[in-house]
Design a protein around this ligand. Structure first.
Ligand code: HEM
Length: 408
């Protein structure tokens, strides 16, 4: 039985968001939504109703709120009502740290954290530089390329595959399936979750038979631990999470950064003159137009209040990280792209215990990739009007589907 008055019900009418039409103009539409209030009732593309959190302060509050958790139990009815895919334990990324609350989260994160520490990532820098140079060499014979296909996709895919230990001949399928997994089409999502699961399970079986010097082999060794540090389902969930989170996010960061520079050629000129600004520029790209539009869902384990809005036990909350970052207080005008902005503030990597584990890697890849692209191709420009960029239509990612460019 409903506990809301007619007026409350009225105010809870959800606004449809993240439809393909919405996403085509997402930056402006999300800004308008935030101006109506930083916590809004929305209907997502999947049909699921959720609370959208749109401001910087409330995004940080939501992502550290003790009653907003990953455990889906209180929301299962609401999720089932729209046929939302809840992979069973051991499917999709359900066994991963991103789907877990403490203490499981703490244990799972601790196992992989050393691989992604700033110190370990620094050791990878030379390899990332080499992969970048090879890809740019391949492009240099051509006048026009799709930058996504030729560069922004293969670079992060190669880097994460080498880290995990995915053999070259087995890398081709996972980009498409990751895209499908992140889509809002439930059947496609379910199918992709199972595909990715089987894919990682096969890789793991290979590592078990022939351990190598890579992250998946290290994790396999953890499942053989007498203490049982990692179950098989957790191992596979972790592999699926790393395959997805380790590339799609960075592919789109690079694409969005180049779109932003094409729209602001003066900033590309600044970066060519001052490569020392590249690391800062990556923070600005993350703030200005990030690749992860929404956090993973949080589920209310108890009634709570957020920004003056009552959230009930079982409600679903989605933090709109891109909009919250664009709305964050900054030095200077937040509407402009300024690669020299002092310490751009953002929540592009999330906040709290699930703060992106791959942030040092993404930052390093971003600085090398953008810096080298601008250096090697001083004339690089979009092949058509940049306003006509096709944004990924569905899912929580934001990035160009293709980015045709002229190189000289
Ligand atoms: C520009 C690139 C990237 C962006 C914008 C990004 C963004 C994010 C965000 C927003 C979260 C938190 C999600 C939430 O709280 O619901 C997250 C978590 C995570 N990311 Fe990233 N990510 C990027 C690159 C990477 C890379 C390269 C890797 C790995 C190689 C990675 C691995 C992870 C993992 C493992 C988590 C889960 C952490 C946890 O649950 O404790 N990410 N990322």
């Amino acid at each position: 039985m409903s506990t809301f008055s007619a007026q409350e019900k009225e105010s809870r009418q959800p606004v449809a968001v993240m439809t393909p039409e919405f996403k085509a103009d997402a930056v402006e539409k999300l800004r308008q939504l935030r101006l109506q209030g930083p916590v809004q009732r929305v209907r997502l593309r999947s049909g699921l109703d959720a609370w959208a959190v749109l401001s910087y302060d409330l995004a940080r509050e939501a992502l550290t709120h003790p009653a907003l958790v990953q455990d889906t139990t209180p929301a299962e009815e609401a999720l089932a009502a729209v046929g939302y895919v809840l992979h069973k334990k051991g499917q999709g990324a359900t066994g991963s740290m991103l789907a877990a609350d403490p203490p499981d989260h703490t244990r799972l994160r601790r196992l992989v954290a050393p691989t992604f520490s700033a110190r370990r990532i620094k050791l990878l820098q030379a390899r990332v530089q080499t992969i970048t140079t090879e890809l740019l060499d391949q492009m240099s014979g051509q006048d026009e390329v799709d930058l996504v296909e030729a560069f922004t996709a293969p670079l992060p895919i190669t880097v994460i595959s080498e880290l995990l230990g995915v053999p070259e001949e087995e890398r081709s399928g996972f980009r498409e399936m990751t895209g499908q997994f992140l889509s809002a089409q439930m059947d496609a999502r379910r199918e992709a979750g199972i595909w990715l699961n089987n894919y990682v399970a096969a890789l793991v079986a290979g590592k078990r038979a022939r351990p190598a010097d890579d992250l998946l082999s290290d994790l396999v060794a953890q499942t053989n631990d007498e203490d049982g540090a990692l179950s098989d389902a957790e191992l596979i969930g972790t592999g699926v999470l790393l395959v997805i989170a380790g590339h799609e996010t960075t592919v789109n960061l690079l694409g969005n950064a180049m779109v932003a520079l094409f729209r602001n050629p003066d900033q590309a000129a600044v970066l060519r003159q001052r490569p020392d600004l590249l690391e800062n520029a990556v923070e600005e790209f993350l703030r200005y137009d990030s690749s992860v539009e929404q956090s993973s869902f949080r589920f209310a384990a108890a009634d709570l209040e957020l920004g003056g809005v009552q959230i009930r036990r079982g409600d679903v909350v989605s933090v709109f990280l891109g909009e919250a970052s664009r709305a964050a207080p900054q030095t200077g005008d937040p509407k402009v792209l300024d690669v020299a902005r002092p310490s751009p503030r953002h929540v592009a990597f999330g906040h709290g215990i699930h703060y992106c584990l791959g942030a040092p890697l993404a930052r390093m890849e971003g600085a090398i990739a953008i810096g080298e692209l601008l250096r090697r191709f001083p004339q690089i420009r979009p092949a058509g009007p940049v306003e006509e960029v096709n944004w990924i239509p569905a899912g929580i990612m934001r990035g160009p589907v293709q980015l045709p460019v002229v190189l000289r």
